[in-house]
Write a protein that binds this ligand. Sequence first.
Ligand SMILES: CC(C)(COP(=O)(O)OP(=O)(O)OC[C@H]1O[C@@H](n2cnc3c(N)ncnc32)[C@H](O)[C@@H]1OP(=O)(O)O)[C@@H](O)C(=O)NCCC(=O)NCCS
Length: 179
Amino acid sequence: MYPVHVTGSTVVLREFSMQDVDDVLAIIGDDKVTTWLSFDSRNLDQAVAMIEGTLERAQQNPRTEYYLAVTKHDDSRVIGFARIGFAGVKAGKLGYAIAAEQWGHGYATDAARTLTTFAFTQLGLHRVSAAIGPENAASIAMVENLGFTREGVLRDHVYTNGAWRDSVLYSVLEHEWRS
Ligand SMILES: CC(C)(COP(=O)(O)OP(=O)(O)OC[C@H]1O[C@@H](n2cnc3c(N)ncnc32)[C@H](O)[C@@H]1OP(=O)(O)O)[C@@H](O)C(=O)NCCC(=O)NCCS
């Protein structure tokens, strides 16, 4: 399915374009954000490569990744991203980030809710999971608010910022999804 444009209650999820590179760099080049992600902060060339890769994968058929820009309703600037990558049988891994100056307004909750609903209703997935750093209180609060279930700990799941880090695995199944 390409292009995707989904409207949530406060955000829009849309495909990236090369014009988004400065906004993207402000997110993935910011240590405050990437300290919680599975990769270190990136520079301009890496931000360009990230968007190029995203656009290339978005147009593959069948499409197995929905890596979408998050914007507000009335402003096309990118304030974050939300991603579902297919993994396993009718299963997807959820990821998200919001620019640090936009934290605390419910944008991540709305983006994750909108993308998970899209995954169950439009993509036919059965299971959506999120792997979260054990100290990432905001992300854990968010998935728990959305009704995800804690499954356990993935030991040394990612190598980031020079060290191995566990993840706490959360998931929600299609028939459990109420949001
Ligand atoms: C996690 C993140 C996406 C949340 O974005 P956000 O738009 O600020 O999230 P929301 O405003 O929707 O808030 C989500 C919940 O986290 C809570 N929260 C926010 N900061 C918190 C903190 N420091 N400690 C505990 N809870 C916190 C909010 O109160 C909210 O819960 P509530 O609805 O019960 O009040 C954002 O902090 C971020 O981009 N972090 C860096 C990248 C990242 O961690 N991505 C996820 C990787 S698994």
